[in-house]
Design a protein around this ligand. Structure first.
Ligand code: ZN
Length: 305
């Protein structure tokens, strides 16, 4: 499925919350942008492009940095922008971390729905994978290969039964594919919480914005339980989608992650660039070369509650 035209939003919209790791209050303002502007954060007057060349650190989240200014935990917002087909946007932020909200991409998608989508006249540009790429770290790896649409899979392999070796695949062509990942929340294990706090992380974490598993008793601590039985692997696919969008273009290709995290996701995106493993093609060129049907962009917003 290929959407033909670039998108931004119709009018500004504001999002308030707290940072998952910083615990600090933060306000985001999403602002319309012109065609080919791309996705950019603005912090204290500094523009921080949402591109891999500005990616900074990857410990439990993805951060961007430019000219003395940092923005942390961008991945769920980036995933929401990919899922709603937004190519161009300015994001004003008044603190160091994107709000965690409910731990998923859903509240960002709802904000975009409120702002409305604006279709620009310029065609969308896709990064079409042209060769096999693999990055690895120990037993973790991510592979990419050419494919006629965008597909992203995450395979877990935990030594417990509560997540175990579940996997999930997002396939852009599938009807309502976004519903499979958009509401999946971030998660951690109870035994990790102390470690995270000792590193100055997860200060804003709570059962309101994260799923917490107790792997000893194999239970979920959140009183309402899980949103999907395989919510963690769906969330890992969401993270992968958000990190991949730091390439600066939506990918057409098949990406498979075995236990990858933000660091490996970023390394994969850097390797795509280093190995010249993709061609930039306009929507018309994609439609021609891959013999895919031109379809309207998915009606993501109509389906958001
Ligand atoms: Zn995440």
């Amino acid at each position: 499925m290929v959407c033909q035209f670039q998108r931004t939003i119709q009018k500004p919209v504001q999002i308030k919350g707290i940072g998952l790791h910083s615990g600090l209050p933060v306000t985001l303002k999403l602002l319309p942008a012109r065609a080919n502007d791309g996705i950019n954060f603005i912090k204290n007057g500094v523009i921080i492009p949402a591109k891999i060349g500005y990616a900074h650190s990857f410990e439990f989240s993805t951060s961007l940095y430019n000219d003395g200014e940092i923005v942390r935990t961008v991945e769920h917002l980036m995933a929401a922008l990919y899922l709603t087909g937004i190519d161009n946007l300015y994001i004003e932020i008044d603190n160091e971390e994107v709000p965690i909200l409910d731990g998923s991409a859903k509240p960002f998608i709802e904000a975009i729905k409120k702002a409305g989508i604006y279709s620009l006249k310029e065609e969308k540009v896709y990064a079409v994978l042209n060769s096999y790429v693999r990055v690895e770290n120990g037993d973790k790896f991510i592979e990419g290969r050419p494919y006629h649409t965008f597909r992203a899979t995450f395979q877990a392999d935990y030594p417990n039964n509560i997540i175990g070796n579940k996997f999930f695949t997002y396939e852009a062509e599938k009807r309502d594919a976004f519903l499979g990942v958009s509401a999946a929340r971030t998660y951690c294990f109870l035994e990790e919480v102390e470690y995270l706090k000792s590193k100055g992380l997860a200060k804003g974490g709570s059962l309101e914005n994260a799923v917490v598993f107790d792997s000893k008793t194999e239970t979920v601590l959140n009183p309402d339980g899980l949103r999907y039985e395989d919510e963690p692997v769906r969330h890992k696919v969401l993270d992968l989608i958000g990190d991949l969008y730091l390439l600066g273009y939506p990918i057409i290709g098949d990406v498979y992650s075995f236990k990858g995290g933000h660091k490996l996701n970023a390394e994969f995106v850097k390797t795509l660039i280093a190995e010249d493993a993709f061609d930039l093609k306009t929507a018309s060129e994609v439609i021609k070369s891959l013999d895919v049907k031109r379809k309207e962009c998915p009606d993501v917003l109509g389906k958001v509650a």
